[in-house]
Design a protein around this ligand. Structure first.
Ligand SMILES: Nc1ncnc2c1ncn2[C@@H]1O[C@H](COP(=O)(O)OP(=O)(O)OP(=O)(O)O)[C@@H](O)[C@H]1O
Length: 264
């Protein structure tokens, strides 16, 4: 299977007044087309930096980011992004918020067609009937659903999710996890999810990458060979529990709390 995203030997440092701050160090990640990769790692290790490099908002000092067989050299319109804070525009209705990327990527598309596409997604995530509401009239979970629709409306090659479910309560979060699988089943896309929640990573991803502490390097890669959609109960099966325990240990190693296997 062709890799849609390839991070090859990426090293990056921020220039700060106190001198260079190394953030990524010889990072390597490969995500096949149609697969979902979760990236976990200690706080501040460089996860959001990685998303900016994939979206072409920044460029690595050394190494390369490849998207669909091309090195990323400029901002990519074909990348959809969603964040912890949905940042919906209050002066626009939910429908007008969701069509926004189409106004940028496909300005010539007739308005009716843009809205039909947005409505298709809103219906999929259970927001039909709320399209004319303002963002403040919706709950946090509903706003995040609308934000997911906005990030997918222009059929991006890649969906980047930077802790999109972090601010939601546990039940709403699990509902949205299932919605993610439903969206993938309807319109397969390649995804990169940044999360601090190991259960979320195991439930949603085909591959979990654990980053080391800053400067982040690829510490551990775990495949989750389960079909999508998945029943939420899979998280309570012995295989998933074992995987979660292993990931937990890798995070502790990344945090420097326990030595790596074979270490002192
Ligand atoms: N524009 C910038 N200039 C200088 N330093 C930065 C900049 N952006 C981020 N940093 C620093 O780089 C490091 C990595 O930041 P980044 O946001 O990528 O980490 P993260 O893993 O996403 O963090 P968290 O898990 O807390 O969300 C942090 O120490 C941060 O303070």
């Amino acid at each position: 299977m062709e890799n849609l995203i390839e991070i090859k030997g990426v090293t990056h440092a921020y220039k700060t007044k106190a001198g260079p701050l190394p953030v990524l160090d010889d990072l390597n990640i490969a995500i096949p087309e149609g697969k979902f990769c979760a990236v976990v790692g200690p706080s501040g290790c460089g996860k959001s930096t990685l998303t900016r490099l994939i979206a072409g908002l920044m460029f690595p000092d050394t190494g390369e980011v490849w998207l669909h067989g091309q090195i990323v050299k400029s901002p990519r319109k074909t990348v959809g992004m969603a964040f912890q804070n949905p940042v919906l525009l209050e002066w626009r209705t939910i429908l007008q918020n969701v069509v926004l990327p189409l106004e940028i990527v496909a300005p010539g598309m007739p308005k009716r067609q843009k809205e039909a596409r947005a409505m298709e997604l809103l219906a999929l995530v259970g927001l039909e009937g709320f399209e004319h509401k303002r963002p403040s009239e919706l709950s946090g979970g509903m706003r995040q659903r609308a934000s997911l629709c906005r990030s997918l409306v222009h059929k991006p090659e890649v969906l980047i999710l930077d802790e999109p479910f972090g601010a939601l309560d546990a039940f709403t979060r699990e509902d949205l996890w299932q919605t993610m699988h439903e969206l993938r089943a309807e319109e397969p896309f390649t995804g990169l999810l940044i999360t601090h929640d190991l259960r979320e990573s195991v439930y949603l991803a085909d591959q979990v990458v654990v980053l080391s502490g800053r400067p982040a390097t690829t510490q551990y890669v775990m495949d989750i060979p389960m079909p999508s959609p998945r029943p939420i109960n899979m998280l309570y099966e012995p295989d998933a529990v074992e995987k979660l325990a292993r990931l937990r240990r890798e995070i502790e190693i990344a945090q420097g709390r326990v030595p790596a296997e074979g270490g002192a």
